[in-house]
Design a binder for this molecule. Structure first.
Ligand code: GLC
Length: 505
């Protein structure tokens, strides 16, 4: 343990964090994890790009470093630079955030992801953060920061561990800087389709990082480099940390991951129990806790009204909240829900945007069953809470799921998850056992419509026994997936890492 007068200093490097930019689960995880680490006495801060849509009138950002020169190559090419500023956000109630500002690559872009020069944008983030740390170590300036550990998230920051072990290894401060790399989703590894790449374009992961403006940079596998060069790798659940060692889930990196398995740790994500609290959540029509579950009925009726469904509190509502992406098993939902709607008195609600292939399918269902189906095919920040508080069941038949947050959020609000036993879903939802009364949801193993269908029917039958259903809700609402435990596990890893560094020096 470091002395309590010198807290461990950690800098999260990420493409997104709440509340500034939050596209997927990662943005929530980085924010709440950093917050929880700070309550444990760790000086954790965040480093990310300053995108143009981040409102400087709403958030007070101070420019703390002007004209940070970020080299774009190495050796003789090192002379070409991109010029950035670093801005800082520091408000008591929130984790401090450093923003890397660059007009061309961040400021003028409306989105976080999805540009043809993304390889340059994320290489700039990776190198920009190291240049900022280097400057901080050379001379103290207001809000300068020299962390002990950089904690990098997904492929966008995958070059940080690589730079540290190669081009920056002789720089005094950076040579002792440790790195952790967290895999949120192994499927996304960089800008190239690595599975279908020709041999010449494959990245062995070990060649020097190409200069920013060379074509070769496009083919580098940032994810692979993050895994190879970091001191520790974590994934967002224990089951996923084992699954990725197999060809089925390894996305082409399973052999590499198996080789470095001794440095891989699985730590399940949490959710913020203050923010996600049905007792105080202002987005709900009626607040409740385990003692007055009857209040859920009001939310249910409001939900039915919101989606123009038949208003009847007895009809079970099954919902899907999340991205419309193949990963999430949407094809199974479409098949099974179409069958159920024919024969069962149920309602189905979908909230979240994504592939138009799926939005069209749900649109068709809405047209066929206007009083039974409700759709909101766009991302939404508030609506999910109402869905969790008024639905009876939440569907998550994912093909793979590194962690998944929706099932945990749903349980907190008393909506019962029906999930496939993969990744974080396997780690957070326990199959209901009618004999013992234990369990928080309904779980199936095979990725098949039959297995999924069987669990939904089992859930619908159980739903008829009000007392039993109440017990499942109580089990779900009682389960504890707050950040406290998981943040402590990260803190333990940081400590172990620094101990190993100190014993080497
Ligand atoms: C990704 C994963 C999801 C995980 C989230 C946060 O979006 O697909 O399973 O919960 O990252 O770690």
């Amino acid at each position: 343990m470091q002395s309590k007068y010198q807290p461990i200093k950690v800098l999260m490097v990420t493409a997104e964090t709440r509340p500034f930019a939050s596209v997927g689960g990662q943005g929530a995880v980085v924010f709440y994890l950093t917050k929880a680490l700070r309550t444990l006495g760790i000086d954790a801060r965040i480093f990310m790009p300053k995108f143009g849509f981040i409102d400087e009138k709403k958030y007070q950002l101070n420019c703390i470093y002007k004209n940070l020169k970020v080299p774009t190559g190495h050796g003789a090419e090192n002379k070409q630079h991109l010029i950035c500023n670093v801005k800082y956000f520091n408000e008591k109630s929130q984790p401090p955030v450093y923003f890397l500002e660059n007009m061309e690559y961040y400021e003028l872009r409306e989105n976080v992801y999805g540009y043809s020069d993304d390889h340059i944008r994320w290489a700039l983030l990776g190198r920009g953060v190291l240049e900022f740390i280097k400057k901080s170590s050379e001379r103290k300036f207001k809000e300068s920061f020299v962390p002990d550990i950089t904690h990098c998230h997904d492929w966008h920051s995958g070059l940080v561990p690589d730079f540290l072990k190669t081009q920056y290894k002789d720089q005094k401060t950076l040579s002792t800087l440790m790195s952790i790399f967290t895999i949120h989703n192994l499927k996304f590894q960089g800008v190239t389709d690595y599975k279908n790449s020709s041999e010449v374009n494959l990245d062995d992961g070990r060649s020097p990082v190409s200069p920013f403006f060379s074509d070769r940079l496009k083919h580098l596998n940032f994810m692979k480099r993050g895994i190879l060069f970091s001191d520790l790798v974590t994934t967002v659940s224990s089951t996923y940390s084992k699954e990725i060692l197999t060809p089925e889930y390894g996305e082409g990196l399973d052999r590499l991951l198996a080789e470095v398995r001794s440095k891989i740790h699985g730590i399940v994500n949490g959710i913020d129990y203050e923010d996600f609290n049905p007792k105080t959540d202002k987005r709900l029509i009626a607040n409740y806790d385990q003692e007055n579950l009857e209040a859920r009925v009001e939310n249910k009726l409001a939900l039915q009204k919101e989606f123009s469904l038949k208003k009847d509190s007895k009809i079970p509502i099954l919902s899907y909240v999340g991205r419309l992406d193949d990963q999430k098993g949407i094809d199974l939902i479409v098949k099974v829900i179409s069958l159920l709607l024919k024969d069962f008195d149920i309602q189905f609600i979908q909230v979240g945007g994504g592939s138009s292939h799926y939005t069209l399918k749900f649109q068709e269902l809405k047209e066929m069953y206007p009083e039974k189906v409700g759709i909101h095919p766009f991302p939404n920040f508030d609506l999910p809470r109402l869905v969790f508080s008024g639905s009876d069941m939440i569907l998550m038949p994912s093909k793979f799921e590194p962690c998944g947050l929706v099932q945990v959020e749903a349980m907190r609000y008393g909506s019962i998850p029906i999930v496939r036993a993969t990744g974080g879903l396997a780690d957070t939802v326990e199959n209901f056992d009618p004999e013992t009364g234990q369990g928080t949801g309904f779980v199936f193993k095979d990725y098949s419509k039959y297995s999924f269908f069987a669990q939904i029917v089992r859930a619908l039958e159980t739903y008829k026994y009000k007392k039993v259903w109440k017990k499942i809700i109580a089990n779900a609402m009682k389960s504890d997936f707050s950040w406290k435990n998981s943040a402590q596990k990260y803190a333990d890893l940081y400590n172990a890492l620094l101990r190993s560094r100190n014993s080497e020096i």
